[in-house]
Design a protein around this ligand. Structure first.
Ligand code: ATP
Ligand code: MG
Length: 560
């Protein structure tokens, strides 16, 4: 593709379109073209080898799934609008699988029944569907994508931990083999449920995930769950001035209020109403901080979201933007981040449209129900492992995730087994995902230059790009045809460019497609009996006699 659409912003998306790996059908839906499909197959092969090597067995489950199992686990509701739903001709509800815990657990419940059957680890490589709010970045966040998903079943926690460790190690090998600079970070367990989880993050500036790292303390977690070591509270100052309500007409944002009142954001306190199920709480964070919904959700014990404006109005009696802890409806709990209690006084909303309160003192003017770490960590916050060091925040692409699930699914779907002592127990589960198509995009993010893709040998669509630089000259055609054949016989995968195009254009395309070795024969080289061999990654060129081309390439490459 010469011109790519402007919504293609990141290198992998642009290069996948330009080099002819994918074509878009509509938002988040892509056709994988021959070159792109070959890379998917290479990645899948690595995944299969490592999964099989780790003792997992491949299966293939249906994508189309009846609603019943999803209703049994509660995820028919919990997954919300991301779950693709449809009806059959009898108006029965179905789901297009976004992940397969329900289906595999149902299978295992009926197929395995004794401790002797365990442990088991089953996996598949299959198309998943998720109705993402914002499909973007090409196959990085699409609505239909290929995932490898594995599920382990064990008889006890120790077994589950060991299955988890095996998968963790296998993931490490898989991503290394794909050429990714990738590292595991501790992660939130989200709607999957469960006790422990790691995400495998490929470092890239274009990554959507943020990772808190502290190299000195060997610490890396998803920023979503990065703890902030608490700061000590201050005692209320008895001689502090009284709270004072002031007019702040049409000033609803921190920027507007600070400019109007001539204050710094850190002197204000934000009051945000979060709702989880029926419960609404008021969350207080310093004005220069942001409340972290995942931390709020952990405190509440369920997924939370900012309350709708209607709910905010009902609780505060004012428009959105003026909520505050003073004089809030008494049945609404006030949860404060420790930093708020470290402020001698603060400016807050007044629960009156167009008004704020100055000189609010915690403990005197309002009493928090709970004090907890509720804000997003930011660069330079103290490291939770070693508070004398600071964290930095880097970006990454989540290419895989592993979870210790516990018994959430096995209990609900009755996947039990009879233990040695004759008692019936739920199996302990783990689940493990890899975004195969996202991995392809992540590899390109880490392996490209201004001319195009630079494939690592392990996942390159072909090994050798053979360029005929004289398709109108029978002797060149003959020499190239012959070389193509002998390279293939020697086990190389050859993409043979025999188009009637100018050499400049051919090399440009070859650089764009990024196949590790370019081998060309033109008029001059044929006269000398040589071909020109260029390594894409370094640009290093060599003239090699046509007879020696194969041994030259064999010596310098490591294709598997
Ligand atoms: P994200 O947080 O990026 O939405 P997720 O945590 O919801 O991803 P998982 O449920 O852990 O995703 O799925 C396993 C893997 O599938 C992810 O690690 C990722 O590589 C891949 N994946 C998830 N959603 C998408 C998507 N919309 N497009 C492409 N790959 C995806
Ligand atoms: Mg994930």
């Amino acid at each position: 593709m010469r011109e790519v659409p402007k919504e293609a912003e990141i290198p992998s998306h642009i290069l996948m379109l330009r080099a002819g790996l994918i074509r878009m059908l509509s938002a988040g839906l892509y056709t994988h073209l021959p070159l792109g499909l070959r890379v998917i197959q290479k990645v899948s092969r690595i995944v299969r080898e490592e999964m099989n090597g780790a003792g997992a067995c491949e299966v293939l489950m249906p994508t189309l799934q009846p609603d019943t199992l999803w209703k049994q686990t509660g995820r028919w509701n919990d997954m919300g609008p991301e779950l693709m739903r449809l009806q059959d001709r009898h108006e029965r509800d179905f789901v297009l699988g976004p992940t397969h815990e329900e289906i595999i657990t149902h299978l295992v419940a009926s197929a395995l029944s004794s401790y002797r059957d365990l442990p088991k680890n089953l996996y598949q490589i299959q198309t998943k569907f998720r109705d993402e709010v914002r499909p973007r970045f090409g196959v990085m966040r699409s609505r239909e994508f290929i995932m490898k998903d594995a599920y382990s079943f064990d008889k006890d926690e120790a077994g589950c931990k060991s299955s988890y460790d095996d998968m963790y190690q296998a993931y490490d090998r898989i991503f290394k083999r794909c050429g990714l600079d990738c590292y595991p970070v501790a992660a939130d367990t989200g709607v999957m449920g469960g006790s422990g989880s790691h995400e495998f993050m490929a470092l890239a500036d274009s990554g959507e995930a943020e990772i808190a790292v502290c190299k000195e303390a060997n610490f890396a977690v998803n920023l979503e769950i990065c703890e902030v070591p608490p700061v000590p509270a201050v005692e209320p100052n008895p001689s502090a001035p009284d709270a004072e309500v002031v007019d702040t007409p049409n000033k609803t944002t921190i920027e507007d209020v600070t400019a109007f009142l001539k204050k710094k954001p850190g002197e204000l306190v934000k009051t945000l109403l979060f709702q989880g199920g029926e419960k609404v709480v008021a969350v207080l964070v310093r004005g220069d901080r942001d409340a972290n919904p995942i931390k709020v959700g952990r405190e509440m014990g369920c997924l939370v979201d900012l309350a709708e404006p209607g709910v905010v109005k009902e609780i505060t009696g004012c428009e959105v933007g003026y909520a505050g802890p003073v004089g809030l409806k008494s049945d609404v709990e006030i949860w404060a981040d420790p930093e708020v209690l470290a402020m001698e006084e603060m400016t807050t909303g007044a629960n009156q449209t167009g008004r704020h309160i100055l000189h609010v003192v915690a403990g005197r003017d309002f009493k928090p129900t709970r004090v907890a770490d509720l804000r997003w960590a930011v660069p330079d916050d103290p490291c939770p492992e070693d508070p004398s060091k600071a964290i930095e925040v880097v970006r990454g692409i989540e290419v895989g995730q592993v979870f210790q699930l516990g018994t959430k699914y096995s209990e609900k779907l009755e996947a039990t087994f009879q233990d040695e002592d004759g008692t019936s127990k739920p199996m302990i589960m783990g689940c493990y995902g890899i975004g195969v198509t996202r991995t392809v995009a992540a590899v390109i993010e880490q392996h490209h230059d201004e001319k195009g893709i630079v494939w690592p040998e392990s996942v390159a669509p072909f090994h050798i790009h053979l360029l005929s630089l004289g398709t109108h000259m029978p002797e060149i055609v003959e020499a190239c045809d012959k070389l193509a054949e002998s390279l293939a016989e020697a086990g190389f995968e050859v993409l043979y460019d025999d188009r009637d195009e100018r050499p400049g254009g051919k090399f440009k395309d070859a650089d764009l497609m990024g196949i590790p070795w370019q081998v060309s024969i033109g008029k001059k080289s044929l006269e000398k009996g040589v071909c020109e061999i260029t390594r894409r990654s370094s640009g290093e060129r060599s003239e090699v006699s046509i007879e020696e081309a194969i041994s030259f390439l064999k010596d310098r490459s490591n294709f598997q």
